[in-house]
Design a protein around this ligand. Sequence first.
Ligand code: ZN
Length: 164
Amino acid sequence: MPMSRADAAGLVGATFVGLSQDLNHLAKGTYDADAHNLCIAYVEYFDGSNLLLFAYSDSSKMNKTMKGFYEIPPSNKYGDHFGLSSMQAAHTEAKLLNYILNAFPSVGPKTVTHVTLATARDPCTSCTKVIAAYLVMHPGKLTVHGFSAQTGGGVPDLSGTPYG
Ligand SMILES: [Zn+2]
């Protein structure tokens, strides 16, 4: 079952606040997380199991542990399904959907049956096209919850209008 908008808000909000605090600590108080995006993919499989994947738009201040958790391998390493420039392919939503299309088999227990994206910021024009293209390939199998998170006050604003 796709992740609900309320659950997506809780997950991406809490993760974004924790992540920006960690990055601020590593950057000695100078990091501006509000200039970047966090996107989380909730991937559901045919066998009923699921997986959470995390992507963040700037790993430059991350330590090794954080990179292991938040870095999705570059999509072009596996092939780009959306005809994107390298800049566009680096966006969190594009990275996750390219990775999902490349990483999981098309038949068998680990076939992806649904993906929910919880993205701290509403998808940009380029990622909106990527989302539409994914839905052409897999009709009805993608739900996107976009928000308009800010971390400045320590509490993200998740009042953005529902996407899609
Ligand atoms: Zn984007």
